[in-house]
Design a protein around this ligand. Sequence first.
Ligand code: TPP
Ligand code: MG
Length: 323
Amino acid sequence: MSTTSTTAEREAVVLGLYRQMARIRRFEEVAYRAYETGEVTGTIHASIGQEAVAAGAIAALRPDDLVFTHHRGHGHALAKGVDPARLFGELMGRSNGVSGGKGGSMHATDVAVGFLGSYAVVGGSIPLAVGVALAARRRGQDVVTVAFFGDGAVNQGILYESFNLAQIWSLPVLFVCENNGYAISVPSGYSTAGSGVTERARAFGLQARTVDGQSAVEMHAATSELAQLARDGQPGLLEAITYRLVGHSRGDPAHGLYRTQEEWDSWSERDPLSVHARAHALDDAVREQIHQEAREQMDAALQTARDAPPPAPEEATSEVWGP
Ligand SMILES: Cc1ncc(C[n+]2csc(CCOP(=O)(O)OP(=O)(O)O)c2C)c(N)n1
Ligand SMILES: [Mg+2]
């Protein structure tokens, strides 16, 4: 939010961020149920607990800015404007899916809204974003490209090749590391040497900040600042400190064998929806109305996906590679 925005504009942003987080939360609760009953056939990874990162960061971008994400990417897709019915369709292998129902959760792409895809390969989103930022600049397009990835990607060599090229070519790219402390069951402190990805990015000359990933407003403010710098040719990195309140994927209970109940409880008190409601004194009735709308929207979206036919067999190889 800029310092010149009016109170009404600020209130609209605050409510908009809560609404977006409630939509993402509900989408994933519904998707997870459909996954457990077998309606979603491929694997999915829920971002419950991490919604402020997607909602805050993407609300600070312009509609024509571009987003790449990783395996835990439903929130980024929805915040970027992907229709939830088409995202459910993708998860359920239906023809209305954003990738024609042939990709699933980790190969969902919707170019029309600037959502350039979710990627299963850890770190896969990173070099693609740098390439797209280079292409956009060469075409004279005034857009910022954002790559979301997890802390599990910070020891992939490609991240540092990407930092380097982004910096020497002054590319309009913003890296957003969602540091939820674990790569599956491995704590980041076990696998990552030194002081972490923010310091590593600074060593390349990038503008880098560590942000409270449980605060949608902080994510919004930091992204506004760094996206503007990226637009002006100064690439950046945000390290969002966050936590997933669910297991890594199916078969991993909420806090798993690798996280203590105490740790989970303390992060649960910092659930991003509660943090936001407390920080902005959101009325219970207003919150309930927003959650009710999210429930209705996601139930209807699920039904639309259920009603869509599966992809036609003759479409099996179309649009799998190139147009
Ligand atoms: C190159 C590669 N290695 C291993 C895997 C298996 N894998 C899937 S998710 C994951 C952990 C990723 O952790 P992180 O990047 O922190 O994201 P989070 O799951 O915590 O959101 C791993 C190792 C993979 N998909 N790609
Ligand atoms: Mg992680």
